[in-house]
Design a protein around this ligand. Structure first.
Ligand SMILES: Nc1ncnc2c1ncn2[C@@H]1O[C@H](COP(=O)(O)OP(=O)(O)OP(=O)(O)O)[C@@H](O)[C@H]1O
Ligand SMILES: [Mg+2]
Length: 575
């Protein structure tokens, strides 16, 4: 996995590509609204000045201007809200799609060892947090530069002293978030990490409720969750108190700016170089210049959390693909499998397969046997290209699976995993994963072969019954039979069954074997099994040991030689 090389915020900006028009409108409307607010305040102050100076003739004109500006400012505010949220939601949608894309690309290995609940919170909560960035941050920052500059120029017209007095305060206020930026970034990261972990713990708690209850550990787990929540609370408090410090500093500096302006204007009044008519206007302009900067410091105080969230998002978006899907070989029309000198391990220095070689003829039924942890499931994962072999090659019909497009490979091979996952939909929908266009008759047909039809038809809603989350409404054997039906529906010429009949009772197992072996010569079948009843039916058995095929032959032949396979079967029989 390549390390995350650029800051999260740069990544957020990258997402704006193609939306520059909307972005420009958001920024322009934001600056327009801020300038409008300032202009309204300025005209109000001018009216006060006119009234104080007794120049009644100017009043109607001034009031007319004010009314017009108030309307324009309101329109600009409305426009800004509309455009900026439009922009924000479009970009968040893009962000979320990129996150899902990254997750898919790195699948099916759990993304970089991250926890599911943590990933889920990145895809939802963190992504939504970015609304603030896209809707406000850029427009606010632009306003914070444009508006104070305009004010400085206006004040300069009255007297350079006024601009000179205000400038240092503007600069100081603008740097407040920078003083505490490192702390903000660190605290933001802590808060985000802790939030992700809490989310992951909560998801795990809900998943594992039965285990916790059965082993009497629910209370203890809840206690840990409470502790996590409290520690998150403390972090958020620290984060908040730092923001509080920033607000206090900004308030103090703003008050200082007003005092300095008052001192400067009274000097100018005294010297007679400023008419009292302009006094209210000058003070209001000074305050007005500060407002957009104060706005920005508030946005900036949340920048720590934003950056941490953005970095978490970009890490997923930048996930590299687990396998390279650039092959474009045509589908082979023979369906024999060959493993030649396959080496693979999940971690360095811990090989699982050490140069395994084996062949499976087209239409042959081969059983893979071996101790638990020998690497049987791993071999099927390599065949499906969930992982890439380290060296050696796997071919189907003589074509290296790396030169086939992944989608084509998955058309060629259907798979019943050792641990079945059912989605929270109907039984029919779960089977239809193997063929989205299948008719109800076809679904029933494969369910019959998988010995699933009888129990499915006995359900209150038959094939429309809901499976529950991860199929929790069904027994292990029922789940497995639904998964078998799903795999059969694909009609793929190669079928892999990883302990598919392990949870079936004798009667169902016998019936399933009959159905399976009726596919002899029609499909190439690799089945992983422990039970002699299953193994006996295979054309050939491969015994996997120490990362290699240690023995190969029919059940009877291997039993007769009395080697490792015979010993393994005797042990199973004795258990
Ligand atoms: N995702 C993974 N990450 C790291 N190690 C793994 C992973 N999956 C499996 N292993 C390790 O690889 C080895 C082979 O596992 P595998 O699941 O292939 O065994 P198996 O022969 O299918 O066993 P069983 O009969 O119990 O299903 C085991 O030592 C296991 O600990
Ligand atoms: Mg296994």
């Amino acid at each position: 996995m390549k390390p995350h090389t650029h800051g999260g915020l740069a990544g957020l900006l990258r997402m704006m590509r193609g939306r520059y028009r909307l972005l420009a409108m958001a920024v322009f409307s934001g600056v327009l609204a801020q300038s409008g607010t300032l202009a309204c305040m300025a005209i109000g102050a001018w009216i006060v000045g006119i009234a104080l100076a007794g120049e009644a003739a100017l009043l109607p004109v001034a009031c007319g201007w004010l009314a017009l500006l108030v309307l324009l400012t309101a329109a600009a505010r409305w426009w800004q809200a509309w455009v900026s949220h439009d922009l924000a939601f479009a970009l968040i949608e893009k962000l979320q799609m990129a996150i899902f894309d990254g997750l898919e690309r790195s699948a099916p290995g759990t993304a970089d060892g991250q926890r599911l609940g943590d990933l889920a919170s990145v895809a939802t909560a963190d992504a939504e947090l970015m609304e603030r960035f896209y809707a406000h941050t850029l427009a606010d920052y632009t306003g914070a530069i444009v508006v104070p500059l305009a004010v400085l120029i206006a004040l300069w017209q009255f007297d350079p002293l006024l601009a000179g007095v205000l400038l240092p305060f503007l600069l100081l206020v603008a740097t407040v978030p920078v003083w505490l930026a490192r702390r903000a970034a660190l605290q933001g990261q802590q808060v985000k990490t802790e939030q992700g972990q809490l989310n992951a713990d909560t998801v795990e708690f809900i998943h594992g409720q039965r285990e916790l209850a059965a082993f009497g550990q629910a209370r203890g787990y809840v206690q840990r969750l409470i502790q996590r929540t409290q520690s998150l609370g403390r972090m958020q408090q620290r984060y908040g108190s730092r923001s509080g410090l920033e607000f206090a500093a900004v308030d103090a500096l703003s008050a200082g700016a007003v005092l300095a302006l008052i001192a400067a204007t009274s000097t100018l009044l005294h010297a007679g170089s400023l008419s009292p008519l302009w006094l209210p206007l000058v003070l209001v302009l000074g305050v007005g210049a500060l407002l957009p900067i104060v706005d920005v410091t508030q946005t900036a105080s949340q920048l720590g959390e934003l950056r941490a969230g953005a970095a978490r998002i970009m890490r997923i978006i930048d996930y590299s693909a687990r396998v390279n899907d650039s092959g474009h070989a045509a589908l082979p029309d023979r369906h024999n499998l060959a493993f030649s000198a396959v080496r693979f391990g999940y971690a360095a220095q811990r090989p699982v397969l050490r140069g395994l070689s084996a062949t499976i003829g087209p239409g042959e039924i081969v059983a893979l046997a071996g101790r638990s942890g020998a690497g049987k499931s791993t071999l099927t994962h390599l065949l499906l290209r969930f992982y890439e072999v380290e060296s050696g090659a796997i071919t189907v019909g003589g074509v290296d699976i790396r030169s086939l497009p992944l989608a084509a490979l998955h058309q060629l091979i259907s798979w019943v995993p050792q641990e079945v996952y059912l989605f929270n939909g109907s039984v029919a929908d779960n089977i239809r994963l193997g063929g989205p266009d299948a008719s109800p008759q076809q679904i029933e047909e494969v369910a019959k072969m998988a010995q699933a039809h009888d129990f499915i038809s006995a359900l209150p809603d038959g094939y429309h019954s809901a499976c529950g989350e991860n199929g929790n409404r069904f027994s292990g054997g029922q789940r497995q039979r639904i998964a078998i039906a799903r795999a059969l529906l694909t009609g793929a010429p190669v079928l892999i069954l990883d302990e598919a009949s392990a949870s079936l009772d004798n009667e169902n197992e016998r019936a399933f074997h009959q159905a399976l072996f009726s596919l002899r010569h029609k499909r190439t079948i690799l089945l992983i099994a422990h039970r002699p009843a299953t193994l006996r039916h295979a054309d050939r058995i491969l015994l996997l040991e120490n990362g290699e095929i240690a023995e190969s032959g029919s059940h009877d032949a291997l039993m007769a030689t009395g080697g490792k396979y015979a010993a393994l079967i005797k042990k199973v029989a004795a258990d």
